[in-house]
Design a protein around this ligand. Sequence first.
Ligand code: NAP
Length: 334
Amino acid sequence: METTSMMRAVTQDSYGPPSVLHVESIPVPSPAPGEVLVRVRAAGVDAGTWHLTTGRPYLMRAIGFGWSGPKARVRGLGFAGVVEAVGTDAVTTGSAHGRRVGDAVFGSADGALAEFVVAKADDLVGIPDGVGFEEAAALPVSGVTALQAVKRAGIRDGDAVLVLGAAGGVGHLAVQLAVARGGRVTGVCSGPKAPLVRELGAVEVLDYTTTDVLALGRIYDAIIDTAGNRPLAALRRILSPTGSVVLVGGESGGALLGGIQRTFGAALLDRFTQQQLVGLMARERTDDLRELAALAAEGTLRPVIDAVYPLERTAEAVDHVGTGHARAKIVVAP
Ligand SMILES: NC(=O)c1ccc[n+]([C@@H]2O[C@H](COP(=O)([O-])OP(=O)(O)OC[C@H]3O[C@@H](n4cnc5c(N)ncnc54)[C@H](OP(=O)(O)O)[C@@H]3O)[C@@H](O)[C@H]2O)c1
């Protein structure tokens, strides 16, 4: 298939509600040496997409994402697709760092909510047989975060593990990864999502609208918190004396700081207690992408896709995620 010179992409010039996102025609980017051009088949929409769209919490503007609008105009990060072209250094051999035209790949690159995206060849991992583009697009941001959370929690065989936000984009993958490590997982979510969390391997599911997990008197060896609306001190009270709590996120931390204070608090307190208190800042690593691909290929990890939106309806997809109550993953298929 011949690559055209223009493509549809989701762009934004100022922060605001998801309606600030527009689909416009822009030039197809060119891969530089060491890069490849990928035809995007699916791109993940996650809480981070919503943050960059709205510019909230305001702290992110101060740390370099842009004051009145995001520096990068095209939205999107995690994606899956097919290599369309290789960088100028690789045209004669047809292979950029082992990636060839026609390879099905996934990974992260700015601007993935578009028909094409340019990515570093070294940052991409092949999609294994049996894993679809939509599932693969769920792995870079949410999967990597879930994997790093589970690793930092140090889950061992037989551990009692609590996952807060167990039906969310990160949470539903964290449940499966914790189960794969031998954890006996209790998942916390709203009632209608309980069957999904049970299906993913949780031995118990608690509906937070009717049950207060903090008041049950149970103690956990590890807590992974993607919901973010319980104080660290309260979580520590239901954690064993040498247990781990990993704070992943949550959307109830305020417009200014967005809950980062809980993350810093954990880092500070961690020095003075035998409990492991981790404020997670996930970073994409290709080793993690490879591990996730292998787990998905063998069926241990199953990204659940709740809805697939066309590129033209990306604003609706971001709005959906922004409610904070999406079920598992939302993706956009250009
Ligand atoms: N630290 C990092 O590096 C990192 C990386 C990625 C994401 N994050 C953050 O992690 C958070 C989760 O991301 P996500 O993509 O998984 O979001 P998501 O898909 O919106 O999932 C959030 C989940 O939280 C649940 N929830 C809301 N209130 C709850 C409560 N009181 N108790 C238990 N669960 C509750 C919701 O479930 P119901 O619908 O059932 O209410 C929803 O499924 C976000 O804040 C995101 O910014 C952090």
